[in-house]
Design a protein. Sequence first.
Length: 132
Amino acid sequence: MGEKNPFVPVHIQVSELDILAKLGHEIVYLTSRPVLAIDLTRAWLAAHGFPRGSIVFLPRGHKKLFALYYSIDLVFEDDPAEVLQLQKAVGRVLVPAWPYNLNTKGRGIKAFTSWREIVGYIDCFRQLRMVL
């Protein structure tokens, strides 16, 4: 009962993304969900106050190719397999620390437990493209 629901975003997460969007970052939501989930995904993002952004549906394992093609510099990702592939394509992969990805380490990978930990860091990427 006392555990956090991973499907409900922390308020600071939404407000920080809103700030980043207002600073001019391009917000793109990459997901491995099936395309049939587009309406559900849009509704969930809107219901939780996430800033507007493109939603891109990719098969699992294809986020690295997307990042390379679009010259993405900064990615938020929690899937360990995707994180390890993305580190080869982008400058930095920010990983919200969950029990299933705590051992995911490598060049350019930064785990965090609180959005407050990375707010100042993200500001360094103000002129770069970003993906969530």
